[in-house]
Design a protein around this ligand. Structure first.
Ligand code: SF4
Length: 447
């Protein structure tokens, strides 16, 4: 999961790109970077940390140029190191080209080995660099011809932004796994991972970039070009479940509305389950719980206070103080919890270790019973498309049955939302519009 933002033909390009990246911060906190096109020479700045830690007024003032692309990184392929911070810039016989990538190229290792045998020298361990080396070796007449020739060689998931002198290009893989939307701020075209970034930067959203489509923006004009046929539109359903900001629109549906509906669906599936109150694991679980409460008539109550200030730089207290650190992020509100049967909703259950801590936390605070309700089906298989899920063996639903998981997390009952309900709440039909591979173990490319 990463965030990308690009803007064209705007005198405030770097500052608007900063706003876009800042709005997408929830998609990655490891590094942030920007590249601008200053009259044909690319200016680049990237650093480790949050967007407002990496950039300041002085840095942004140096990033001159009317076109810009930016990236915030959550590492999935490649180690956590400044050399993997994006956008990556490659100077080759193509000239200078920058790339920002969200996704995971599943055949990157094989392509990299082949390219290295042909003499390519890689600067990073990131899978994203492969497309730049392919482009440098197998060229067409223009950059867009070159990309149209090379993008079909990639397997897996990608939303790309490219910046070269005089143009910005956006491209999305033929399945559309990772999001990419097109908008306008005044006369300037913008591209972003989520609609919220375009809204906050003062623009309006036009449409999604289609799977297998490349949009080339140059001289204030946009040209759409298809580099591959749509294989089957399979957006990652986890955008709706967890990743995307609630004020974004995914697949034509507000994320907030979809999550509220998911909560209501869960209530319908759990009809007859009695409880004193329903609550959510902050922050994402809250909307689900509100939808559940409305549908079931069971009152909503906040049971945890979340501390938002335990960021990357928070110094973990000594191991001996581990007991109290459990409450640092989520502090139980004892008066609400004591003696109550609580339906607690979380977006997903991966390893089970977090749910186990949360249930223990509620029980210690005096909860009579905890019914854990998960707003998605059991995750039985890893993601190969850019989401940082653990291996199959570490996924608890792959190792234990429902009763085994319930026992492990220490809840009095455990329920999951069914897949058809999830897809319906997200606005899909059957399982056609979304990737649901981590729930089914079936992958489009036979991985
Ligand atoms: S496997 Fe799961 S997390 Fe990965 S793209 Fe598909 S739905 Fe999203």
């Amino acid at each position: 999961m990463c965030g990308i933002f690009g803007i064209t033909d705007n005198r405030d390009a770097s500052r608007l790109a900063y706003v876009g990246l800042f709005t997408l911060q929830h998609r990655g906190q490891e590094s942030a970077g920007l590249v601008t096109d200053d009259h044909g020479s690319l200016r680049h700045y990237a650093g480790m940390g949050l967007v407002n830690e990496v950039f300041n007024n002085y840095v942004l003032a140096q990033l001159d140029g009317r076109n810009a692309i930016g990236h915030i990184r959550y590492s999935t392929a490649g180690s956590s190191h400044i050399k993997n911070a994006q956008p990556l810039v490659l100077n080759s016989c193509l000239g200078a080209v920058a790339v920002a990538h969200n996704g995971n190229i599943t055949n990157a290792d094989a392509l990299k080995t082949k390219l290295q045998k042909e003499g390519a020298i890689f600067q990073s361990s990131s899978d994203s660099e492969v497309i730049l080396h392919l482009a440098a070796r197998y060229r067409g007449r223009t950059l867009e011809d070159t990309l149209a020739r090379n993008l079909p060689k990639l397997s897996g998931a990608y939303a790309f932004l490219f910046l070269a002198p005089g143009k910005v290009i956006g491209a999305r893989d033929p399945y559309g796994y990772r999001p990419l939307v097109l908008g306008k701020i005044g006369r300037s075209y913008v591209l972003a991972s989520e609609t919220c970034a375009i809204d906050v930067a003062g623009g309006k959203v036009l449409r999604e970039v289609e799977p297998g489509e490349m949009v080339v923006i140059s001289g204030g004009r946009l040209k759409s070009r298809r580099f591959a046929p749509v294989k089957r539109f399979t957006r990652c359903i986890f955008e709706q479940v967890y990743f995307a900001r609630p004020d974004s629109v995914v697949a034509g549906r507000s994320v907030q509305t979809a999550r509220y509906e998911i909560g209501a669906m869960l209530a319908r599936e759990l009809a007859g389950v009695k409880a004193d109150l329903v609550s959510g694991v902050p922050d994402s679980g809250t909307v689900y719980a509100l939808g559940y409460a409305k549908e079931s008539g069971i009152p909503y109550q906040t049971v945890f206070m979340r501390n938002h200030y335990t960021g990357r730089s928070f110094i973990q207290p000594d191991q001996r103080l581990r007991e109290f650190t459990a409450h640092l992020k989520l502090a139980p509100i004892r008066d609400v919890i004591k003696g109550k049967t609580i339906i607690l909703i979380d977006d997903s259950l991966v390893r089970g270790t977090t749910s186990r801590k949360i249930v223990k936390n509620l029980k210690r605070a005096g909860a009579k019973k905890v019914i854990m309700a998960i707003a998605s089906p059991p995750i039985v298989s890893p993601c190969y498309f850019g989401i940082d899920t653990p291996t199959k063996r570490e996924l608890i639903a792959n190792q234990l049955d429902l009763e085994g998981i319930r026992r492990f997390i220490g809840a009095d009952a455990l329920r999951y939302l069914s897949l058809p309900s999830l897809v319906e709440a997200c606005g899909g039909h059957k399982d056609r519009d979304f990737c649901v591979s981590c729930f089914t173990g079936k992958y489009m490319e036979g991985l």
